[in-house]
Design a protein. Structure first.
Length: 178
């Protein structure tokens, strides 16, 4: 599997440092708030798990799953909801966690959907931000690392459901997906 990686973008230590810093910032910003952290499955599960461990506050968690990619490498523009959250959002400050903010189509859809459910607030935390590919008008409130327009995998990010379990984030060789 490592032979499919062109270059390691973020190693374990770098990921750990980024997530610890985000957790500290979120802990500061959400003092005295009723925090609900929503994990966007499947890609952000590693980020969500590690980030939530660095948020030193009482909080609740829930999970949502949506996609606009299918098995491709480019969003088809249509968001499919696969799993919705179970929590009533009234009285909560919601923090959506996502692995990568790419086109923004899926994340904007999720954020708008949750905003309609009367939360106190909705914010977005992303591990990676790829602004060069943004189509939807959405910005993360918390960003770990900005990436160039490369196809990245590992630490939850996948290509055709593979490579999620890599302990780092790497750039996938083009001949694998083209």
């Amino acid at each position: 599997m490592n032979q499919d990686i062109e270059k390691v973008l973020l190693n374990r230590k770098e990921l750990s440092d980024i997530i610890r810093n985000l957790g500290e910032k979120i802990t500061h910003d959400y003092q005295n708030k009723n925090l609900l952290i929503v994990c966007v499955l499947k890609g952000s599960v590693y980020f969500f798990t590690d980030l939530s461990r660095h948020i030193d506050l009482p909080c609740r968690i829930d999970f949502i799953q949506a996609s606009s990619y299918g098995t491709g490498t480019v969003s088809n523009g249509e968001v499919t909801m696969i799993k919705d959250i179970q929590q009533d959002l009234s009285d909560f400050d919601v923090l959506i966690t996502e692995d990568i903010l790419d086109t923004g189509i899926t994340l904007k859809h999720i954020k708008n959907m949750l905003l309609k459910r009367n939360p106190r607030s909705v914010a977005v935390a992303v591990l990676l931000d790829k602004p060069s590919r943004r189509v939807a008008n959405i910005k993360a409130d918390y960003t770990g690392y900005e990436v160039e327009d490369e196809f990245v995998v590992g630490y939850g990010l996948d290509y055709n459901q593979l490579y999620r379990n890599l302990p780092y984030i790497g750039i996938l060789k083009r001949d694998i997906y083209e």
